[in-house]
Design a protein around this ligand. Structure first.
Ligand SMILES: Nc1ncnc2c1ncn2[C@@H]1O[C@H](COP(=O)(O)OP(=O)(O)OP(=O)(O)O)[C@@H](O)[C@H]1O
Ligand SMILES: [Mg+2]
Length: 241
């Protein structure tokens, strides 16, 4: 579903991604972790072309991102992205937040979009909040709305960038539960997170990044039992305590 080959990227003289290669198969869940500044956010942003790359190639669902003929807006609509901050439109109701892109980007009619939005809202357990505004919901609830909004677009894959790290501790699990369910339903997912409980539960593989490189890309069992690099050992020791 997602293939990266020797992806390199620079900000000016600073190389933020260094020859990153990996592959995520359909239905696979890959957790991306590593120290702050190692390039995790940049890496997953390249997958839906939010960040251009200077070297290498990226293919998503058979579509080459660096091909000039590729319609990037259409591609982005098909790859759901959930950020740390939920970025719902504050002046729109929850149901309007869920229908806007369906209508504008997918040209669904209002009724169909609303039906889809409400269906996904109830799937994340928030049907009763359809008429409220984002400011009236908790952080965890807003993040679940953000996930529902991405799912409204019928994505072929979902990218998450630390979706729970801005949340109060008691709200983390309600968001992770939704993500675990998605994983069990077979969604292809790339998830930047330091929630190792989530990784243990649903990840197929773990990618560990350091200084713009993919240092480890292994089955989850191997990553936890037997990280190869010193850097990953060090990181795991810190994060698990
Ligand atoms: N727009 C930008 N311009 C210049 N440098 C940037 C830009 N965005 C990120 N960087 C730098 O690129 C490096 C990688 O950033 P990135 O956000 O991908 O790291 P990260 O692994 O997601 O870190 P964190 O865990 O803190 O979120 C950092 O050193 C950062 O300062
Ligand atoms: Mg980041």
């Amino acid at each position: 579903m997602i293939t990266l080959k020797n992806v390199s990227k620079w900000y000016g003289h600073f190389q933020v991604l260094n020859e990153c290669s990996t592959q995520v198969n359909k239905g696979e869940v890959v957790v991306v972790c590593g120290p702050s500044g190692s390039g995790k956010s940049t890496l997953i942003k390249t997958v839906n072309a939010l960040e251009p790359i200077q070297q290498g190639s990226i293919e998503v669902n058979g579509i080459q991102l660096n091909d000039k003929k590729t319609n990037l807006a259409q591609l982005r609509a098909k790859v759901g992205m959930v950020f740390q901050h939920f970025e719902l439109f504050p002046h729109l109701s929850i149901v309007e937040n869920l229908t806007l892109a369906q209508i504008k980007v997918l040209q669904r009619n209002k009724e169909a979009a609303r039906e889809k939005g409400l269906k996904l809202l109830s799937r994340v357990g928030l049907a009763v909040h359809a008429g409220k505004f984002p400011g009236q919901l908790s952080g965890g609830q807003q993040q679940r709305v953000a996930i529902a909004r991405a799912l409204c677009m019928d994505p072929v894959a979902m990218l998450f960038d630390e979706p729970t790290s801005a949340l109060d501790p008691e709200m983390i699990n309600e968001v992770l539960d939704v993500m675990v369910e998605l994983a069990h339903e077979g969604m292809t997912m790339m998830v930047v997170t330091h929630e190792m409980g989530f990784a243990r539960k649903v990840a197929n593989r773990v990618i560990f990044m350091d200084e713009g490189r993919i240092v480890e890309d292994t089955r989850k069992e191997d990553f936890f039992a037997n990280p190869r690099s010193e850097r990953a050992k060090d990181f795991l020791a810190k994060i698990l305590h």
